[in-house]
Write a protein that binds this ligand. Structure first.
Ligand SMILES: Cc1ncc(COP(=O)(O)O)c(C=O)c1O
Length: 388
């Protein structure tokens, strides 16, 4: 079983559209009698050639080597336009990149409004190792990159959904000798191609829309530089944060429908935004696909499709709880990008957001059902403040 790209010499593959690319991503050459996507290979050790040892086969031991994982990496790599290494979670991938690249005395710039465990990790661990850590809001303004080793952008940022201009910032960072990493979790490789826009490396949680079924954790790093990939691969092999074979297989199976899922999620988000924009009992509505959103000018150039995630403010925690409880279709849950619409009041996790701030992740329900359900739930929830 090979982990190489599908039909690498096939010139038509380069022109395939998103749905075709997702369905075929990472699949081995068709072989009569074999499945489309080979089943998961469960192995810690593999049989070795008694004379040549591990040199004779790509599979020696399960931590560095697994054929199911390699097929998933080929698939994600095709979609991102680079080589990919998968990790046990998004956090494993992001912290792995940071720890593999940064050394004491280096400076790293991180998003001030991005996924908060990355900031917590930087403050607790990187700063303690002698790495200087700076935080910059995703929408800017950005400081000079002189003396910076690595800039991590998270765009669109979770949960505020601001957007950073990857091409402009990569140009400025490279001129100063800094590396640029982009967290592509919210957009997914179909929504945004950071490596094409000049980023050196993509990091992401595959737990969200990429796999989209709310049943596994996954992360990945993708890059074009062989040196960077070698560093990341070495880091993963020696620290061991690999996903299991079954999760890798489930993720690959789920990837085939990414185009379809994103299309419905994005259409649902657009319809929900239209509903919420018309209500004077909802404030702070943010969605990068909305023409009067502050992120729209960059988002409309940079994103290939708009995410299914939006945010708004319902005033207080009580009203958020009443809204979710009144809905038949909105699950109270963290995470986002799944098949099921879910709402998360981010302040309950310690995010620096207002008490009534909600991140809503639109699922793949029928748009008409979702909009009707949300409208009714908001009506039932009443206005902010406890019901008397
Ligand atoms: C933007 C972003 N990056 C990284 C992560 C971490 O991913 P995981 O939960 O798979 O570790 C998350 C999780 O929500 C996220 O939203």
């Amino acid at each position: 079983m090979s982990g190489g790209p599908v039909h690498p010499a096939d010139p038509t593959a380069a022109h395939w559209h998103d749905g075709t690319r997702c369905v075929h991503a990472g699949l081995p050459e068709p072989t009569p009698g074999q499945p489309f996507l080979p089943g998961p290979v469960f192995a810690a050790p593999y049989h070795l050639d008694p004379w040549q040892g591990p040199a004779a086969t790509p599979n020696g031991y399960g931590r560095p080597d697994n054929p199911t994982r390699r097929l998933l990496e080929a698939a994600i790599g095709e979609l991102e336009g680079g080589e990919c290494r998968v990790f046990a979670s998004g956090q494993a991938a992001i912290t792995g990149l940071l720890l593999a690249v940064l050394r004491p005395g280096d400076t790293v710039l991180l998003p001030a409004d991005g996924y908060f465990p990355v900031r917590a990790f930087a403050t607790a661990t990187l700063a303690g190792m002698g790495v200087r850590v700076g935080f910059v809001p995703t929408a800017g303004p950005y400081p000079s990159f002189d003396g910076v080793r690595l800039v991590l952008l998270e765009t669109p940022a979770n949960p505020g959904l601001d957007v950073a201009d990857i091409a402009v910032l990569a140009g400025a960072a490279h001129a100063a000798g800094a590396l640029v990493a982009v967290d592509n979790t919210t957009a997914t490789p179909l929504g945004q191609r950071p490596l094409d826009l000049g980023a050196d490396v993509v990091v992401a949680s595959g737990t969200k829309a990429l796999t989209g079924h709310s049943d596994l954790l996954l992360g990945y790093v993708a890059a074009r530089s062989a040196e960077l990939l070698e560093t990341v691969t070495g880091w993963r092999t020696t620290t061991g944060a690999v996903p299991g074979a079954f999760d890798a297989w489930l993720a690959h199976r789920s990837l085939a429908t990414l185009d379809l899922r994103l299309a419905r999620q994005s259409a649902n988000a657009a319809a929900v935004v239209e509903l919420l924009a018309d209500r004077d009992d909802v404030t702070g509505l943010r969605w990068p696909g909305r023409p009067d959103d502050p992120a729209y000018p960059v988002a409309s150039r940079q994103l290939r499709r708009m995410p299914g995630v939006l945010s708004f403010d319902l005033g207080d925690a009580d009203r958020v709880a009443r809204f979710v409880a009144a809905s038949r279709l909105v699950a109270a849950a963290t995470s986002f990008g799944g098949l099921h619409t879910s709402a998360d009041r981010r302040a309950q996790w310690g995010d620096d957001t207002a008490p009534g701030f909600v991140r809503l992740s639109c699922g793949v329900e029928d748009t008409v059902d979702l909009v009707a359900d949300l409208a009714a739930a908001l009506d039932t929830a009443g206005t902010a403040g406890p019901l008397s």
